[in-house]
Design a protein around this ligand. Structure first.
Ligand SMILES: *[C@@H]1O[C@H](CO)[C@@H](O)[C@H](O)[C@H]1NC(C)=O
Ligand SMILES: *[C@@H]1O[C@H](CO)[C@@H](O)[C@H](O)[C@H]1NC(C)=O
Ligand SMILES: *[C@@H]1O[C@H](CO)[C@@H](O)[C@H](O)[C@H]1NC(C)=O
Ligand SMILES: *[C@@H]1O[C@H](CO)[C@@H](O)[C@H](O)[C@H]1NC(C)=O
Ligand SMILES: *[C@@H]1O[C@H](CO)[C@@H](O)[C@H](O)[C@H]1NC(C)=O
Ligand SMILES: *[C@@H]1O[C@H](CO)[C@@H](O)[C@H](O)[C@H]1NC(C)=O
Ligand SMILES: *[C@@H]1O[C@H](CO)[C@@H](O)[C@H](O)[C@H]1NC(C)=O
Ligand SMILES: *[C@@H]1O[C@H](CO)[C@@H](O)[C@H](O)[C@H]1NC(C)=O
Ligand SMILES: *[C@@H]1O[C@H](CO)[C@@H](O)[C@H](O)[C@H]1NC(C)=O
Ligand SMILES: *[C@@H]1O[C@H](CO)[C@@H](O)[C@H](O)[C@H]1NC(C)=O
Ligand SMILES: *[C@@H]1O[C@H](CO)[C@@H](O)[C@H](O)[C@H]1NC(C)=O
Ligand SMILES: *[C@@H]1O[C@H](CO)[C@@H](O)[C@H](O)[C@H]1NC(C)=O
Length: 785
């Protein structure tokens, strides 16, 4: 095989020499010679007479044969393949000499709006045909950065970041780009190039945020209702809406023409301004442009009625009140937009009851809702209260509000204290905030339950720090002096307090509070007596369950930091296994002058673990009823199992032994399997067919040990084929075989039932024991205190 470079090869280029051996004297060449590839038949060299062109023919397939003197083939044919190698002899060529395109302002940078394309005839597998595009010139070029960019491989032209931002059809709507294409991947100075012009027209961006839309709330028109339309610059965009904030429901849609609709009536009182985005996407889902912000303003309509602030508004008016006096203001609200006519409310009295001494006794200010007296003619003895109905309107809706006007006595009585000096009070410095330390009482002869008789107690002197507060019971006017801030003996050990009682309503002219409305008391702050301290927080004692009553379990000691005497310990709670004990300090003589000094107590936990005593003998759980098949066979044996109801500190270790006389020991023997199991076996095979009763003794390893004495019932019997005892059925007549089978089955079922029952009881028992134990775990102590 030969490789030859294409084009412009020298004439008669010899590129191979064949040698011949006799009888061959000449060579013959055939195949794709194309008039260029020849062979000097005698001399044997292969040569080119002319030039090869890879673009015309890249591969030439030839055969050569060796001929003898008379021209007959003596060897061959041999195949020759000539690959013509490419040289970069073709320049790239654009498909068009001039391109035209349109670009929209603000189009997404990097998103191609057009492509240029060039071809190169050189070998596409070599760099000779690898093309690279670039923008050579940019007319005009008003900025530092180019407004357009080209993908050097695909020829895609798009706006640059700068272009996306700055293109403006009003400033410049035509651009010409000179685009170059280079082969050799644009990497070589020897690359061949071509140019083309690209004319770009800039068009106005239609994808603009529309102005804020306004829609009336609570619309009764059929929905959806048109709001506005957005347009992408070209057809075919997929429109969508994007929520900005999470709303319980989103009442807007957009159709594929970019028209935005509201889908249901809106409520301004719920939400006044909606803001979201409209998007335009390609078929594939990629965004075409920036999302547009959309604002929808909900316009108010008068769709809310006025609402009375209270179901019943109550005013008080003193009977000596004069004409024009302000009695009170009726408050009503309207949910519609404030400061608009929709929420403007007007008031009118529509009814007054009773009409004594005359109707229209009250007037209401139309815009403000304030009540005034139209005449000074109230008389509590005649009418103690009036019911007035007021119509409130917002011009569309009207609401009726109820007003009650109570005529009250004039405030001509002052509160009078029951006594002027409440004496001295000793208070512990740690008395908690809110605790009542003293009750005081003044009375007022005015109308009860009015502002004229209600009493407000205030500490006038002696409490700069506001350590005390006085609350009044509205029913009884009784005053409760409470701790407002914790007292501190070191700060102040004594308070000399002056309390004044007043009414919320002002007194009538000529009446004044005097010294009967003032009282005194003194507070002496006492240092705190500290709590007694136990020698331990938790006392733990183990005792056996069988200790006699009166046994001393443990000595508990405590002492008082102030050295006071401590009273005897006191059992407070005696549960099955846990007890809590209390220590109480009885005040010593040194504190006798502080009558309020309380006895202090503290609590410790006392835990009593009741320990088990070995007081249960072992008993059998398996082997109460045993049988051996008659006639006996050597090696027969039956398993027995024992247990013990005491708590087992280790695994139980029972000692099984046979009781009874010599004849028992002659016939039977017992052999240990483990601490709880043993075998019973006959010592010989000539035992009769009958029931045997075998005394068995089981000892446990407790201290002291317990002994269980019991009798094993052993049946030596005829057996069925299944090695079960044949049980005689009472009535032999009828169908004996069925009777026997039933008997056997029953026997098996009963014994299974027994075993299962035994296990069940045992589990229950264990569980109870476990629970008892758990209650005494130290991790549980917290919940016991
Ligand atoms: C080369 O080709 C030309 C024209 O095809 C022919 O006249 C000439 O004899 C050829 N020369 C050789 C050496 O084959
Ligand atoms: C073509 O563009 C790529 C990235 O866009 C760049 O890495 C490469 O250098 C460019 N080739 C030429 C010849 O400019
Ligand atoms: C979109 O507009 C076209 C032309 O105005 C109309 O025929 C078509 O019904 C509209 N499509 C929708 C979904 O409204
Ligand atoms: C809509 O208006 C009607 C009366 O015009 C009113 O009864 C209803 O409560 C209003 N709905 C809302 C949501 O405001
Ligand atoms: C209000 O007046 C009516 C009679 O007009 C009377 O029966 C009623 O007890 C009065 N209510 C009060 C609270 O004074
Ligand atoms: C109250 O205390 C003051 C000052 O400590 C004392 O002068 C007064 O006698 C005491 N009054 C009574 C009744 O104990
Ligand atoms: C307590 O205060 C009253 C009035 O401020 C005063 O008359 C009285 O002497 C004071 N008593 C003491 C013990 O300070
Ligand atoms: C205070 O005024 C009332 C009458 O308002 C009178 O009964 C009382 O005696 C007066 N008290 C003193 C100490 O003057
Ligand atoms: C308890 O105290 C008594 C008397 O003080 C003493 O005899 C006894 O040994 C103490 N017992 C214990 C368990 O400390
Ligand atoms: C078991 O009991 C037998 C008879 O009571 C006695 O001889 C034997 O020493 C005991 N063995 C053990 C290990 O307690
Ligand atoms: C042996 O006892 C079983 C019951 O335990 C009884 O059914 C059987 O009849 C007795 N056998 C003899 C031979 O007494
Ligand atoms: C046995 O059963 C048969 C019928 O079931 C009865 O006639 C007969 O009296 C019974 N014999 C005895 C001994 O119970």
């Amino acid at each position: 095989m030969f490789k030859l470079c294409g084009l412009h090869l020298l004439y008669l280029l010899v590129f191979h020499l064949f040698t011949m051996e006799p009888p061959a004297v000449s060579l013959r060449l055939s195949g794709e010679k194309d008039g260029v590839i020849e062979i000097a038949s005698k001399k044997g060299y292969l040569y080119l007479n002319g030039s090869l062109d890879r673009e015309t023919k890249a591969i030439h397939r030839l055969q050569v044969e060796a001929l003898n003197e008379v021209g007959e083939k003596v060897k061959g044919p041999y195949s020759i393949t000539i690959n013509v190698q490419d040289i970069n002899d073709n320049p790239p060529k654009f498909d068009k000499s001039k391109y035209k395109a349109v670009v929209w302002e603000n189009s997404r940078p990097g998103k191609p709006f057009m492509y240029v394309h060039a071809t190169d005839h050189d070998d596409p597998t070599t760099p000779n045909a690898q093309l690279s595009y670039s923008i050579l010139h940019h007319f005009p070029n008003p900025y530092i950065h180019m407004l357009f960019q080209i993908d050097n491989v695909t020829g895609a032209i798009s706006t640059s970041e700068t272009g996306s931002r700055l293109l403006n059809h009003q400033k410049q709507d035509m651009f010409t780009l000179v685009v170059t294409v280079k082969d050799l991947a644009g990497m070589s100075e020897n690359a061949l190039t071509s140019n083309t012009d690209v004319e770009i027209t800039v068009k106005e961006n239609l994808w603009k945020a529309p102005p804020k839309a306004s829609i009336k709330e609570n619309s009764t028109e059929p929905h959806p209702i048109y709001i506005m339309q957005v347009h992408w610059n070209e057809p075919g965009a997929k429109y969508g809406l994007l929520e900005k904030e999470k709303m319980p429901r989103f009442p807007f849609t957009i159709d594929q023409n970019g028209t935005i609709y509201v889908t249901e009536p809106l409520d301004r009182e719920e939400k006044e301004l909606y803001s979201f985005f409209a998007t335009a996407k390609e078929e594939g889902g990629e965004e075409l442009g920036w999302p547009l912000p959309i604002f929808v303003q909900v316009e108010d309509i008068n769709d809310n009625p006025p609402v009375c602030q209270n179901a019943l508004t109550i005013f008080e008016v003193q009977e000596n009140e004069e004409l024009g006096s302000n009695i009170g203001t009726l408050h009503a609200t309207d949910m519609d937009k404030e400061n608009t006519l929709n929420s403007r409310l007007q008031f009118r009295i529509v009814e007054q009851n009773p009409k004594i001494p005359l109707d229209n006794l009250f007037i209401i200010q139309q815009e403000a809702g304030t009540f005034q007296l139209s005449r000074s003619s109230l008389n509590k003895q005649k009418v103690s209260n009036y019911s007035v109905t007021v119509e409130v309107t917002d011009k569309v809706f009207t609401t009726l509000c109820d007003v009650k006007i109570n005529v009250i006595d004039i405030n001509d009585q002052i509160p009078i204290f029951e006594k002027s000096d409440y004496g001295n009070w000793t208070i512990l410095e740690d008395t908690p905030v809110g605790e009542v330390i003293l009750e005081i009482q003044a009375t007022d002869a005015d109308d009860p339950f009015t502002g004229s008789s209600q009493i407000i107690y205030q500490i006038e002197e002696g409490d700069q720090n506001k350590n005390f507060i006085i609350e009044t019971d509205p029913q009884t006017n009784r005053g409760f002096v409470k701790i407002n801030k914790i007292l501190d003996f070191e700060m102040s050990s004594m308070y000399n307090l002056t309390v004044k009682a007043t009414n919320p309503e002002p007194l009538v002219k000529g009446v004044q509070y005097n010294s009967s409305s003032t009282a005194y008391f003194r507070v002496v702050v006492a240092d705190v007596n500290e709590v007694p301290v136990f020698s331990k927080n938790i006392y733990i004692v183990d005792i056996f369950e069988d200790v006699p009553v009166g046994t001393l379990v443990m000595n508990v000691t405590a002492n008082d930091p102030e050295g006071d005497r401590i009273s005897v310990m006191e059992w407070v709670q005696m549960a099955s296994t846990v007890a809590v004990c209390h220590g109480v300090i009885v005040p010593g003589t040194d504190v006798a002058n502080v009558p309020n000094k309380k006895s202090q107590s503290s609590t410790a936990v006392f835990m009593l673990f009741i320990k088990d005593v070995n007081d249960n003998p072992p008993r059998l759980t398996k082997g109460n009823h045993l049988f051996f098949c008659h006639p006996l066979q050597g090696g027969a044996r039956a398993e027995i199992q024992a247990t013990d109801d005491d708590q087992q500190p280790y695994s139980p270790e029972f000692n099984f032994s046979l009781g009874g006389g010599e004849n028992i020991k002659r016939d039977w023997e017992i052999s240990r399997i483990d601490g709880t199991h043993a075998y019973l076996s006959p010592k010989h095979t000539n035992l009769e067919e009958k029931n045997y009763s075998i005394p068995l003794t089981i000892n446990d390893n407790g201290k002291p040990p317990q002994e269980g004495n019991l009798n094993l019932q052993v049946n030596v019997c005829r057996c069925t084929d299944e090695k079960r005892c044949f049980i005689e059925v009472e009535n032999h007549s009828g169908m004996p075989s069925t009777g026997m089978a039933v008997g056997i089955l029953l026997g098996v079922l009963i014994s299974i039932g027994f075993i299962v029952g035994g296990i069940f009881l045992r589990l229950e028992y264990k569980k109870m024991k476990g629970l008892k134990r758990n209650a005494a775990k130290p991790s549980e102590l917290k919940t016991l205190t």
